[in-house]
Design a protein around this ligand. Structure first.
Ligand code: GUN
Length: 308
């Protein structure tokens, strides 16, 4: 079978996210001037996990860059669920805090769902609360999980109108797969969610005009799973040993996505790289959500940050 090959356009999520942070910053400045309200984000981290510490530091720095208030609460590993819930109650009641994010994973002895559901849905900038999942499912205004929101922004920027396109999402998590499906359905795509029990996954992926990979398995999606000209969004962030055997023996790693990038880029029309694709959009969308939450508390319509 003859296969069209070419070189895909690389979607520069890092550049898009940087522009978005600047635009949120400008909107924040207008909000401060017009209403004397400075959006505030509280990030809570429990324990010392190095990857989580790095994410939380990045979130704090980017929040400040956009001119918002950033509070980081670092709690010890042995914090009890009651202590964490007490902090959330306090943040729910704090008028200067418009967004609350509890960094995951939490230590084993804490029930993550109980904690996430204790956050006021209107301050739930992760969009993980069941109320926000429900609002998204029925098409009401709520707060949408940051990673799928970032993916949608990139898709709309690249493709414009998405209606009628076939979208296949590989991965059915509450954080990415399911909300991504809801968002694409909202854009009138024909949506399929694939998962570990899906039959003939390669053939299904080849039907996709939009292929979103969110499984957490390094380079699982191969080049011949991609329909020529399709748009591929790679949500995966996986650490694998360095290609250089000497460095690998020293424990050096590199980051790859869920898509075998070089193969897929030879077939796709557009593709996000890892790193520098979806990842930077997640933090930028956290700021969008915090700004949106702040606007809603004072009955102001958030500027349409999606419009370009
Ligand atoms: N840990 C890894 N990604 C995320 C995220 O998007 N939100 C939270 N709260 N924790 C995470």
């Amino acid at each position: 079978m003859a296969t069209e090959t070419g070189t895909a356009t690389i979607i520069d999520g890092k550049a898009f996210a940087s522009t978005l942070v600047t635009r949120v910053g400008a909107a924040v400045e207008r909000l401060v001037q017009s209403h004397n309200v400075k959006p505030g984000l509280a990030v809570v981290i429990v324990g010392e996990d190095p990857a989580s510490q790095l994410y939380v530091r990045n979130k704090g720095e980017t929040t400040l860059k956009a001119g918002m208030r950033s509070d980081t609460h670092r709690l010890p590993e042995d914090t009890t669920q009651e202590q964490l819930l007490a902090l959330i109650d306090q943040l729910n009641a704090d008028d200067g805090i418009h967004g609350i994010l509890v960094q995951l994973p939490l230590p084993q002895h804490i029930d993550a769902n109980a904690v996430l559901d204790a956050i006021s849905p209107d301050k739930d900038v992760d969009g993980f609360h069941v109320v926000n999942a429900g609002r998204l499912a029925v098409g009401q205004d709520g707060l949408v999980p940051c990673t799928p929101l970032g993916c949608l922004m990139l898709l709309k920027d690249q493709l414009g109108d998405l209606s009628g396109l076939n979208a296949v999402i590989v991965g059915r998590s509450n954080i990415v797969g399911k909300p991504m499906a809801q968002l694409l359905l909202g854009e009138s795509c024909t949506v399929t969610i694939a998962h570990s029990r899906t039959k003939d996954l390669p053939a299904l992926c080849r039907t996709a005009d939009i292929l979103v990979a969110a499984v957490g398995r390094p380079e699982m999606i191969k080049g011949d799973w991609v329909k020529p000209g399709a748009t591929v969004i790679d949500v995966g962030i996986n650490r694998v040993p360095s290609k250089d055997p000497v460095k690998a023996a020293e424990g050096k790693t590199r980051v790859v996505g869920d898509v075998a990038f070089d193969e897929a880029a030879a077939v796709a029309g557009k593709i996000t790289p890892v790193p520098g694709g979806v990842g930077p959009m997640t933090i930028a969308c956290l700021l969008v959500n915090t700004y949106t939450a702040a606007c809603r508390t004072i009955g102001v319509q958030p500027d349409d940050l999606l419009a370009r």
